[in-house]
Design a protein. Structure first.
Length: 176
């Protein structure tokens, strides 16, 4: 039986610090990594080396949390980005030959018109200080909701056949 892994608020704070701000996308990646659904279901802890492989299908905020929580990074060669535009995250355990995929359910994070309008203003550097403050408040509330909502209403989770790339054998730097 897999060990249940617990995460403290400090774990999420590390993700926020790494990413640079609090947002719903970051919370989504945190929930995916946490229950990672993935780590818990595989009964594994953070990678020390390349024993885990994370595959993200989005270049959005949640991908940063996957790196922080799982220990998978581009530099280690165990963080893979596939540009499918989906909020989907897969974690594979090399030695166990198992993989779990969490894909955000359609409509799970619907954005209201005020939030969308403020997002566009902030992105285009057209927001007033008051609008920026309101946007940050809406971001915080949406992130909090993501952190508290039932995981099954947020993600479709399933074990998949792992397509795990071979572990890198190291790189040699050669004199030019």
């Amino acid at each position: 039986m897999a060990k249940v892994l617990t995460f403290r608020p400090k774990d999420f704070e590390k993700s926020v610090a790494f990413h640079g701000h609090l947002c719903p996308g970051l919370a989504t990646g945190f929930r995916a990594a946490r229950v990672l659904v993935l780590m818990e279901r595989l009964g594994i802890r953070r990678a020390d080396d390349e024993e885990l492989v994370a595959i993200v299908e989005t270049n959005a905020c949640g991908a940063d949390t996957i790196q922080v929580m799982t220990g998978c990074t581009f530099g280690r060669g165990n963080f893979i980005f596939k540009n499918y535009g989906k909020h989907a995250f897969t974690l594979a355990a090399r030695k166990r030959g198992r993989a779990v995929r969490a894909c955000l359910r359609p409509g799970a994070l619907e954005v209201d018109s005020e939030h969308l309008s403020l997002f566009e203003k902030v992105q285009n550097d057209e927001a007033s200080p008051e609008e920026i403050a309101r946007f940050r408040e809406l971001q915080r509330k949406r992130a909090q909701k993501v952190l508290q909502v039932d995981i099954k209403s947020l993600f479709k989770i399933r074990e998949i056949s792992p397509d795990i790339p071979p572990q890198e054998q190291g790189y040699r730097i050669r004199d030019v």
